[in-house]
Design a protein around this ligand. Structure first.
Ligand code: SAM
Ligand code: SF4
Length: 503
């Protein structure tokens, strides 16, 4: 298939990652990347539906693409991702000029569906109900990839989610939790490291429950002869320094069968030669285990950054959300993490205006946020999602203006602690992984510290993305640090290309 393609991504890192795979599939089929939709033969929109404005964004973008397609009728439009999974046939009804609609469970079919569309002369809609767990190829990480940044790689360790947070549409569009086999994940990171990737981010909706379903699958397959030693591992069990995998069978030092823990994965990935930084997102506070904290503390390449979504500081709202922890339990976990991991930066997600949230609930969130001293936060006004439990609580929806005001006050609290956190870095020398030129000042480059803080500094000579440099921190704002170049500690070894645009 000759011609040019562009993939536009809406939404989270999971979607960014799927987009890299879509790009990889199109290139494996002979296409070349462009960043300009006007000259593209295939435009892929990889959609998100976590909040309502994502829907609006998609239909706004489709309207624009329609006028391009009217001018160039050969252009093909593909809509993939969570919103197609949610809306199924209705995208094709609202936008009949879309050529292919596919969902979250069949990313690997994108090119075949384009071929089907050409052969049949009719638009193709294929939405699958579930991923076939046994087929390892269906994990997006197992498909060909074109990485947005050659030095950094996302690796899916788990798909879907078994929780049922009342506000969240993810379980409906991504399905139940399925862990990717341990060996496949490590092998992918090893291959990525050979390609010059030095930073990996492990992706999952609830990474700390990684492996739970592998045990269940072993049980279902009858490979658990005694049934005693498989299952949730005693949190008091000593941390495994070395874990062994024999086929799909996990053994601990006493030869008892266990499931792989997320901590084991961190240790294995951290040991891959060439990987300098390991990040992950997201851990669920209720499942943050001591083993994970120990692995973060002990494995040098695992970065000192924890993104621990709080969602609310009110116990009654947390209960209504079905989050499975109280504010005090959250703060306790945070204290444990900070005690175990030196120099830890902590960021979070918070929703304001969940149905029924009172002024007192909002006040509790401010208090918990202040006590947690977050280094940053993604804050969201609650957005009703069809089919979710909270989406049906229309009688308790919070007035939008009230939610916006609560959000502004919350932002002030978070900005206060993030400024203090950034100011505390002034005077230190930090390792920065450069990702490109600064947006504001082309003479500067921007990058991130191990704590994921944004740093701008002026390099002595042009500096390629993927370079690691020591930088002395000389200034701080709420969102970034200003640095002075000290020295390069590692040069990049990947090939450079940037084919995937962000939406
Ligand atoms: N699995 C992650 C967790 O449990 O924290 C969350 C993943 S979700 C893609 C990212 C964030 O979107 C959530 O942490 C939440 O703050 C926000 N979010 C999800 N549903 C939302 C909704 N209906 N309205 C507003 N924000 C929402
Ligand atoms: Fe959504 Fe909750 Fe699952 Fe996160 S843990 S993806 S918020 S249901």
């Amino acid at each position: 298939m000759a011609g040019k393609y562009v993939v536009r991504t809406f939404g989270c890192q999971m979607n960014e990652h799927d987009s890299e795979r879509l790009a990889g599939l199109l290139e494996a089929d002979g296409m070349e990347p462009t960043t300009d939709a006007a000259e593209a033969d295939v435009v892929v929109l990889n959609t998100c539906c976590i909040r309502e404005n994502a829907d609006n964004k998609l239909y706004g973008t489709l309207g624009h693409l329609k006028s391009l397609k009217d001018a160039r009728p050969g252009m093909e439009i593909v809509v993939a991702g969570c919103l197609s999974q949610k809306d199924r046939g209705s995208i094709a009804e609202r936008a009949p000029y879309v050529d292919v609609v596919l969902g979250t469970h069949n990313v690997h079919r994108a090119v075949e569906l384009l071929h089907e569309r050409r052969e049949s002369g009719r638009p193709v809609v294929e939405i699958l109900e579930a991923t076939v767990a046994e087929d390892h190829e269906l994990f997006p990480s197992a498909l060909p990839v074109v990485r947005q940044a050659g030095y950094a790689g996302w690796v899916t360790i788990q798909m879907g989610c078994d929780n049922s947070c009342a506000f969240c549409i993810v379980p409906a569009v991504r399905g139940p939790e399925i862990s990717r086999p341990f060996g496949d994940i490590v092998a992918e990171v090893e291959r990525a490291a050979i390609d010059g990737v030095t930073e990996v981010t492990l992706l999952g909706q609830n990474v700390n429950s990684y492996g739970r379903d592998l045990t269940l699958r072993m049980r279902q397959q009858g490979s658990d002869p005694d049934g005693d030693s498989v299952g949730d591992v005693d949190p008091g069990r000593p941390v495994l320094e070395d874990s062994f995998v024999v086929g799909d069978t996990w053994l601990d030092a006493d030869n008892a069968r266990i499931r792989p823990l997320f901590a084991d994965l961190l240790r294995a990935i951290g040991a891959v030669p060439g990987i300098r930084r390991v990040r992950y997102t997201s851990p669920h506070p209720k499942d943050l285990r001591p083993e994970t904290i120990a692995a973060m503390a002990q494995v040098e390449s695992v970065c000192e950054h924890l993104h621990l979504p709080l969602q609310s500081g009110s116990d009654s709202i947390l209960a209504a959300m079905h989050r499975g922890y109280t504010a005090e339990r959250y703060l306790e976990r945070l204290r444990d993490a900070r005690a175990g991991i030196s120099d830890l930066a902590v960021t979070t997600d918070i929703i304001v205006g969940f149905p029924g949230e009172t002024d007192a609930d909002a006040e509790s969130t401010l208090e918990v946020a202040a006590e947690a001293r977050f280094d940053g936060a993604f804050t969201f006004v609650y957005s009703p999602r069809p089919g979710t439990e909270a989406g049906d609580m229309a009688d308790r929806f919070v007035d939008h203006q009230v939610a916006v005001e609560r959000m502004a006050r919350l932002r002030q609290v978070v900005e206060r602690s993030s400024l203090l956190g950034n100011q505390a870095r002034v005077g230190r020398t930090e390792e920065v992984l450069v990702f490109g030129p600064s947006k504001r000042d082309p003479e500067r480059v921007s990058g991130r510290t191990r704590q994921n803080r944004l740093v701008h500094f002026r390099p002595p000579a042009p500096m390629r993305p993927g370079t690691y440099a020591q930088v002395q921190i000389v200034g701080a704002t709420t969102t970034s640090l200003l640095g002075e170049f000290v020295e390069v500690v590692a040069a990049p070894s990947h090939r450079t290309r940037i084919p995937v645009a962000s939406g």
